[in-house]
Design a protein around this ligand. Structure first.
Ligand code: UFG
Length: 336
């Protein structure tokens, strides 16, 4: 059974491709490499010993995608393709709406034409916006997003759920990721942001490896135990295994289901910095900087629904997240 993975040359998709192959699925990957490298897929093949057919195409390109669906005949689609930089989405909203919505619409149209009924989407905790209180459950209020990136996630959730409502044979699983960090324990694949990282963990690892001089901690006056922002960091391999469980669920059910994929445990910026220092033995110079616009004090999941319904639970510790991020970055100081 082949699973089509648009965008899986990227960070989360590449780790998920490995978990799927290890669970016995065949995978096929489509990516335009606008923010990813074919080397990631080559290394996934090396790690699994299995060929992963790789198509270079824009996922929004209907004609190209129809050909790929024809060839691959996927049993399900796990949609990772999308732009993801929050700040850039504020500066270039149309680019984000165009790309993230068009890729999704093309995929759903191709699925309908090909009779492919299971769709799993990389959504985000960002859909909860600033309205709900932590910990977020799947029933917490969504909307009120603070940037176009977040709105694309929110809108795609509506689009996919609408498609499932119109086709009673369809299954849609929306996965709301919290903060993915870490890397495959081999250190061969990991997060490889282009330019200066926006996210905390890749920023820390690039300071550790000497590519950046110091970390700016965005605010130390939040109402949190040490004043710095609290997030629910989840190991990307736990997240990848969550996709395998979500796929099994999607193949056996119809309709739309939403799951939080997080640990349920909040960690502050300074706690993560110190855990990283312990795991790597490298000191991270930092300064306290002003709060970053749009940031919330605390974001963490209630992940109990995924445990109850999917039988999935994150098991890896913050120490493993830091050790695996460091192994990847120190073995690949300049990425792929
Ligand atoms: N932070 C710093 N310094 C940095 C980078 C981040 O102090 O250089 C802090 C932030 O202020 C925040 C925490 O580290 O308190 C985590 O920030 P990230 O940028 O790593 O992650 P966010 O929680 O802001 O963003 C993540 C995903 C988004 C998603 C969002 C909301 O990257 O895709 O969660 O769920 F939209």
């Amino acid at each position: 059974m082949t699973i089509l993975l648009p965008g899986a040359a990227g960070y989360i998709g590449s780790h998920t491709a490995i978990a799927l192959v290890q669970a016995g699925y065949d995978v096929a990957i489509v990516d335009d490499f606008s923010n990813a490298s074919p080397e990631a897929v080559r290394r996934c093949e090396e790690l699994t010993g299995k060929k992963m057919p790789l198509y270079e195409a824009d996922v929004a390109d209907k004609a190209a995608m129809e050909k790929i669906f024809d060839e691959v005949k996927p049993a399900a689609v796990i949609h990772f393709a999308g732009f993801k930089a929050v700040g850039e989405s504020v500066a270039k909203p149309l680019k984000y709406y165009r790309n993230n919505l068009d890729t999704t619409l093309t995929l759903l149209e191709c699925m309908a034409e090909a009779g492919c009924k299971a769709f799993i989407f990389s959504s985000s905790a960002t859909v909860y916006g600033a309205r709900a209180a932590v910990p977020y459950t799947e029933e917490s209020e969504t909307g009120g997003c603070t940037n176009p990136y977040g709105w694309t996630k929110f809108m795609i959730e509506q689009i996919a759920a609408g498609a499932a409502k119109a086709d009673p044979d369809m299954s849609v699983v929306l996965l709301r990721y919290f903060n993915p960090v870490g890397a495959h324990p081999s250190g061969r694949i990991g997060e490889n942001p282009s330019g200066i990282p926006n996210n905390l963990m890749p920023y820390i690892t690039q300071v550790a490896v000497g590519r950046l001089p110091q970390l700016s901690v965005f605010g130390d006056d939040y109402p949190t135990p040490d004043g710095t922002g609290v997030r629910d960091y989840i190991h990307v391999m736990d997240l990848a295994e969550g996709h395998v469980k979500a796929l099994e669920y999607a193949l056996g059910h119809k309709g739309t289901e939403v799951f939080n994929l997080g640990t349920g445990h909040g960690v502050s910026v300074l706690e993560l910095v110190h855990a990283f220092e312990r795991a790597s033995g490298v000191k991270i110079p930092y300064r306290i900087a002003p709060r970053r616009a749009g940031d919330l004090a605390e974001v963490y999941a209630d992940p109990s629904k995924a445990e109850r319904v999917l039988g999935w639970k994150a098991t890896r510790t913050v120490e493993e997240m830091c050790a695996d991020s460091w192994r990847w970055q120190s073995n690949n100081p300049n990425g792929y």
